[in-house]
Unconditional design. Structure first.
Length: 94
């Protein structure tokens, strides 16, 4: 088997495995609030799709998907956590 063909087969599998591992590991944190978990999942999906589309333009769609999913999960988790924290604050306006 040609080295280029082997790399072309292994690279997507490795990227998708890394993304799957990150998503599964993020669900193991039991102290996360529901908005944080939802934000992580939604951000990973949206970021992965956007990263794949952007990466496809430069012939690196799998790397783009991996980077997009990781950064999307981080941003989604932060936004979901901020939303949960805002809901926890008491309303002193009454």
């Amino acid at each position: 088997m040609d080295l280029h063909k082997a790399t072309a087969i292994i690279r997507p599998v490795a990227c998708m495995s890394a993304i799957s591992l990150c998503v599964l590991a993020s669900g193991c944190n039991s102290t996360s609030s529901p908005g944080t978990k939802t934000g992580i999942a939604a951000g990973a999906v949206i970021g992965g799709i956007a990263g794949a589309v952007i990466g496809h333009q430069s012939d690196h769609k799998y790397e783009g998907a991996a980077v997009g999913a990781a950064s999307g999960a981080a941003v989604g988790g932060l936004l979901g956590n901020a939303h949960d924290q805002a809901k926890k604050k008491p309303d002193y306006s009454r």
